[in-house]
Design a protein around this ligand. Structure first.
Ligand SMILES: Cc1cc2nc3c(=O)[nH]c(=O)nc-3n(C[C@H](O)[C@H](O)[C@H](O)COP(=O)(O)O)c2cc1C
Length: 131
């Protein structure tokens, strides 16, 4: 099972329709057997994608040519024995979530993640909170 973790930045001036990205991603990823987690604050994206090699490559190729974000940096591209994310999830703090409720939600999504993946998400979230 291939697993990719990348970070990117929303393109300046790009209208980021997070719900729209989620809808297309859920549809495609379900069809292609790709699971993962996408975290965004509307400015930065951190996403893990896992699935078979070719399926993950196809998503990555589409992502690389998507003008809505830039500076895509792949933090790791590795083989994992099993999926760490059994379901496609999108972590977005909704208006009704307190910061604590959002942290609990993220903890749940990351419960089965490896220490590297978990640490990367937690690091970015902590940095955004401190900003
Ligand atoms: C931050 C970000 C994350 C995305 N994640 C996915 C994804 O996980 N799966 C996916 O198919 N498309 C994802 N997309 C959308 C793709 O870049 C592309 O627009 C889409 O796959 C095209 O799908 P379509 O050919 O079915 O219209 C993402 C886009 C952005 C900006």
């Amino acid at each position: 099972m291939r697993q990719i973790l990348y970070i990117s930045t929303a393109s300046p001036g790009a209208a980021i329709d997070v719900a729209g990205i989620l809808a297309v991603s859920q549809r495609n990823n379900r069809r292609d057997g790709v699971t993962g987690l996408l975290w965004t604050d509307g400015h930065r994206f951190l996403q893990v994608l896992e699935g078979n090699d070719a399926a993950v490559q196809r998503v990555l190729d589409r992502l690389l040519s998507d003008p809505r974000h830039r500076g895509i940096a792949v933090l790791h591209d590795r083989t994992v024995a099993e999926r760490e994310f059994g379901a496609w999830e999108m972590a977005r703090r909704s208006a009704s979530d307190s910061a604590d409720a959002f942290d609990v939600k993220m903890d749940g999504f990351l419960a089965t993640a490896s220490p590297t993946v978990r640490g990367t998400f937690e690091g970015l979230i902590a940095a955004r909170r401190a900003a």
